[in-house]
Design a protein around this ligand. Structure first.
Ligand SMILES: CC(C)(COP(=O)(O)OP(=O)(O)OC[C@H]1O[C@@H](n2cnc3c(N)ncnc32)[C@H](O)[C@@H]1OP(=O)(O)O)[C@@H](O)C(=O)NCCC(=O)NCCS
Length: 169
């Protein structure tokens, strides 16, 4: 499986991939494919951190890390939002999701990013070192249940002293 940056000519295929993948997600609002397009059109888009997994010349999965901020009394702290991650049904449970996440971490760390934030299922994300954002005093600006808002330091103690509201969901 190859992990590489997404290409503009693939955007329509990625839209469909995300839409179909989330039809079997535990939690979905049905808009993840449009959210992907919005993130790509936004100022936080980082082409180097929008990745696909390719297997036998086919797209098997997709992930996006975009710039986000935690805003609190201590100021405005830059972080990454991991959203969304999608794997085509027939390629699941073969490590594509894990590969996209860990390769994203590796590239993001190399680019100087220090932490990642997401809304997701703790049962899946704990294995990648994500912990509840509330344990750092980081909260969403809306009413997402706090156990689903998670953070992961890419650099040890990067979130030490960082608290506030995530501006991205
Ligand atoms: C979640 C997703 C990206 C995982 O992709 P994948 O390529 O199958 O993941 P991996 O092969 O790296 O890991 C598979 C493992 O994750 C587990 N897993 C997958 N989704 C899970 C979930 N929601 N909760 C708990 N565990 C989950 C599998 O049971 C498997 O466990 P095992 O290693 O103990 O056998 C994929 O299932 C998907 O696209 N789902 C629909 C979209 C979605 O839910 N995205 C995440 C939003 S939070």
């Amino acid at each position: 499986m190859i992990i590489r940056c997404e290409r503009p000519e693939e955007f329509p295929e990625i839209y469909d991939l995300v839409k179909v993948a989330f039809q079997t997600a535990k939690v979905s609002n049905g808009n993840e494919q449009d959210f992907t397009d919005e993130l790509r059109a936004g100022s936080g888009y980082i082409p180097e951190l929008a990745l696909v997994a390719e297997e036998d010349g086919r797209l098997a999965g997709h992930i996006m890390f975009t710039k986000a901020h935690i805003v609190g009394d201590g100021g405005r702290f830059e972080t990454l939002l991991l959203a969304p991650v999608s794997v085509v049904l027939e390629y699941r449970n073969k490590g594509a999701g894990s590969g996209l996440i860990t390769e994203g971490f590796r590239r993001a760390t190399g680019m100087g990013f220090e932490s990642v934030l997401l809304v997701g299922d703790p049962a899946y994300y704990h294995r990648f070192g994500f912990v509840t954002a509330a344990s750092f005093g980081i909260k969403p600006k809306n009413d997402i249940p706090e156990q689903y808002v998670m953070v992961r330091e890419l650099v040890p103690d990067a979130l030490c002293g960082v608290s506030g509201t995530a501006d991205c969901f």
